[in-house]
Design a protein around this ligand. Sequence first.
Ligand code: ATP
Ligand code: PRP
Length: 213
Amino acid sequence: MSEQPLTIALSKGRILDDTLPLFAEAGIVPAEDIKKSRKLIFDTNHAHIKLVVIRATDVPTYVEYGAADMGVAGKDVLMEYNSNGFYEPLDLNIATCRLMTAALKGAKEPEGRIKVASKFVGLTKRYFAEQGRQADIIKLYGGMELAPIMGLADLIVDIVDTGNTLKANGLEARDLIAPISSRLVVGKAAMKIKHRQIQPIIDKLSEAVERRR
Ligand code: ATP
Ligand code: PRP
């Protein structure tokens, strides 16, 4: 019996660097060098499996709408997307970092309403609401560390890994919002219709993740 075609959406950039070796350990290898190509769709060593390489923030959208059957995305991106339109069966334990609040070193946080800059406006809004703190959320697209320096915001919500970026800009981490790693996501319809193809991929990736522990 021939296999049903299966499409996996990978986040390009930093996550891709960690995803490709893990997929190789799970036996899924692109037919050509993704890093050297301008293509967005790639065949693999499995005739029925294709990889698409897209912006990290677009991965949940492709999977939720069934355009891709599965995907790899950072937990930060999934928290921001905030949908129950897919399953999240596996923590791939790659691109690990922390989602944190940060402020200028030693700066006191204002008592009342605070200004918070982030590219994660949805999750930031929810986080401060859960904390019972009044916050104005300011959307930025990068370089969040600049916002407190320029007086645009009191706090930022951003990814912290080594802490070097915060330190280099005179900021310090404050509260941990969530530990972050990349996750395998599977569309709800795909999980039903293509379970026979999808489950072995989850199993192989899960074994690869376990071998690395
Ligand atoms: P885009 O270019 O699409 O706007 P981006 O610049 O955030 O996205 P990357 O820097 O490749 O893209 O980061 C993608 C993901 O990698 C993040 O969503 C997060 O899960 C993880 N990540 C970001 N920064 C770090 C870091 N310093 N260390 C480890 N993982 C990180
Ligand atoms: C990410 C994140 C922080 C930095 C944290 O930025 O937004 O700025 O990494 O890493 P560190 O704690 O090890 O310094 P990235 O390099 O993706 O650049 P960006 O601002 O363009 O997202």
